[in-house]
Design a protein around this ligand. Structure first.
Ligand SMILES: Nc1ncnc2c1ncn2[C@@H]1O[C@H](COP(=O)(O)OP(=O)(O)OP(=O)(O)O)[C@@H](O)[C@H]1O
Ligand SMILES: [Mg+2]
Length: 299
C-alpha cells in the first residue's frame, strides 16, 4: 500500500487507544476504488500481527441482505463465535435469526422491542467476550449496503463502545450513487461524538508514481503527474491503467476497440466523463512514456 501512511498511522493510533479501553467506531469514507478496503486490510493485518483478534464482515449489494444480515456475518466470524458458546445466547440467537431448519426471520427489524433489546445486549455481550483478553478489531466493509436493521444495531453497538477494547472500522462508499441506499446512515453514525472519520481522497502524485513502479512501469515525475491528473489519484484507476499499459508493453492487445475493465460500481454513474478520460487514446501522452519503449519487465 502506498501513500496512506498518515491514515494508517491514525487508525493504528485509534486501535491502540481502543486496546486500553477507548473503543470507538471509525468510519472510513471515500469514493469507489479510493482504497477503503485496502486500508482496512492493512489495519487488519497489523492488528492480527499484534495478536488482536479480527472479525470481518462485508455487506452485500444494497437490498440483498436479510434483516441483521451484516451481524449474522459478524457473529459467524471465528473471532466472535468463540465467545458465543453460552447456551442461552445460542437460544436467543436462533429465536431471532432462525436455525438450520428455519430461515432467518424476515421481520427481524420489527421484532418486539423487548426481544430486540435482549438481542442487542446479547450481541454486545458476545463482542465483549470476544474482546477478552486481547481486544477486538471488527471490520464492517461496504457499510453503505447494510440493511436497515443492521444499521440500527450498529448504532447501538457504537454508542456503547466507550470503555471497551473494541475498535469497529467501517468502510463506507460515499458517492452520489450510494446516497439513496444509505438512508442517512452516515450522518446518523457520524453524529456520535466518539466516532472518528477517516475520509480518503486521491493519492498524491508521488504515490501514483510508486504504484506505477510497483507495476513494473517506472515513470518520470512528469508522467506520474500526468497519470495523477488523469485518475485524480484513484488507486483503482491507476491500477487498471497501469495494467493496460503493461499489456501494451508486452505487445498485447492494449485497450483496443473492445470493452476495457470496468471501474467499480457507481463510478460511471457518478463521473461518466472522468472515467472516459482515463481511457488511453493514442497520442494522449505528449511523448511515449518510457514503459512503452521498455521490453524487459523488472522483477
Ligand atoms: N494505497 C494504495 N496503494 C496501492 N494500491 C491500492 C491502494 N489503495 C487501493 N489500492 C488498490 O486499488 C484497488 C481499489 O481499492 P479498494 O478496493 O480498497 O477500494 P475501495 O475504496 O474499497 O472501493 P469500493 O468502494 O469499490 O469498495 C485495489 O486493487 C487496491 O488493492
Ligand atoms: Mg471496498
Amino acid at each position: 500500500m502506498v501513500g496512506r501512511d498518515r491514515e494508517l498511522a491514525r487508525v493504528m493510533l485509534l486501535l491502540d487507544d481502543a486496546l486500553t479501553g477507548g473503543g470507538r467506531l471509525v468510519l472510513c469514507t471515500g469514493e469507489a476504488g479510493i482504497g477503503k478496503t485496502r486500508l482496512a486490510e492493512e489495519v487488519a493485518a497489523l492488528a492480527a500481527a499484534r495478536g488482536v483478534p479480527v472479525a470481518w464482515a462485508r455487506a452485500a449489494d444494497a437490498g440483498s441482505m436479510p434483516p441483521y444480515g451484516l451481524w449474522q456475518l459478524v457473529l459467524d466470524e471465528s473471532a466472535v463465535r468463540a465467545g458465543g458458546d453460552d447456551p442461552s445466547g445460542v437460544g436467543l440467537w436462533s429465536r431471532v435469526f432462525g436455525d438450520v431448519g428455519r430461515p432467518a426471520l424476515a421481520d427481524g427489524a420489527d421484532s418486539g422491542s423487548e426481544q430486540r433489546f435482549a438481542m442487542f445486549a446479547e450481541v454486545r455481550r458476545r463482542l465483549a467476550q470476544a474482546a477478552k483478553p486481547n481486544g477486538l478489531l471488527l471490520v464492517l466493509d461496504d457499510l453503505q449496503w447494510a440493511d436497515e436493521a443492521s444499521a440500527v444495531l450498529l448504532a447501538d453497538v457504537a454508542r456503547q463502545l466507550r470503555g471497551t477494547p473494541i475498535l469497529v472500522l467501517a468502510t463506507y462508499r460515499e458517492s452520489a450513487a450510494s446516497g439513496d441506499m444509505s438512508g442517512g446512515l452516515l450522518p446518523r453514525l457520524s453524529a456520535d461524538a466518539d466516532t472518528e472519520r477517516v475520509d480518503l481522497g486521491g493519492l498524491p502524485a508521488g504515490a501514483v508514481g510508486d504504484m506505477l513502479l510497483a507495476a513494473g512501469l517506472p515513470a518520470s515525475a512528469d508522467e506520474a503527474d500526468q497519470m495523477h491528473s488523469e485518475t485524480e489519484g484513484n488507486p483503482f484507476l491507476v491500477r487498471e491503467l497501469a495494467r493496460t499499459l503493461a499489456e501494451q508493453r508486452r505487445g498485447g492487445p492494449g485497450p483496443g476497440p473492445g470493452p476495457r475493465p470496468g471501474p467499480p460500481d457507481g463510478w460511471r454513474r457518478r463521473r461518466p466523463t472522468g472515467w472516459r478520460s482515463c481511457r488511453i487514446p493514442p497520442g494522449r501522452w505528449s511523448r511515449p512514456p518510457p514503459w512503452r519503449a521498455t521490453t524487459s519487465r523488472p522483477a
